[in-house]
Design a protein around this ligand. Sequence first.
Ligand SMILES: Cc1cc2nc3c(=O)[nH]c(=O)nc-3n(C[C@H](O)[C@H](O)[C@H](O)COP(=O)(O)O)c2cc1C
Length: 189
Amino acid sequence: MQFGIPRRELLKTLPLAAVGATVAGKAAVSQVPPQIRSTLVVYFARTGNTTVIAKQIRRSKNADLAEIIPVDPYPEDYKETVSQASRETEAGYLPPLKPLTVEVARYDTLYLGFPIWGMTAPPVIRSFLRSNSLAGKTIYLFITHGGYGLGSSIEVLHSHLDGAKMQPAFSMEADQERRTLEQVTGWLG
Ligand SMILES: Cc1cc2nc3c(=O)[nH]c(=O)nc-3n(C[C@H](O)[C@H](O)[C@H](O)COP(=O)(O)O)c2cc1C
């Protein structure tokens, strides 16, 4: 006996109670109107400086977040990445991208973030712009660099974003992988 109910009787009621709770739970969920999420933060990053900003925008704007990821990852080695990125930019190569986890067309406001690579936007950003029409959308750029400024990135972005409502960009100097590597190498001797 538990609380005056015979154990056998109590056990009989349990599955029903569980089903009832599930049904009630489902009904409650389906009655909640879908949250309108019109802002997307979409970004590319290698070492994570741009990711920190992307996640802060996501939190502050209650936005969705999506990372731009190339099908073929860039080399782990910094210098090899610099050479490859430079070759790709010169050739106008558009690296294939993994499918995004969201549908860009569903959003009316985009925060688009990336690091400066070779004084311009990384090749994957051009790939992203080529495969997604952003005309009519409100676009905020956020850009990190290692101390050499924005180069031609803003002009390049504007030339690919015909018809988009461009807003003032945010940019900041952040840690530079090369500088970090040099300092650590010096320490390691
Ligand atoms: C391939 C490559 C090229 C870079 N080229 C530049 C550059 O031209 N000018 C600059 O200021 N920083 C340059 N950087 C440094 C990055 O822009 C900077 O460290 C940025 O904050 C990295 O962002 P992330 O951590 O989100 O990848 C380069 C970094 C890499 C990996």
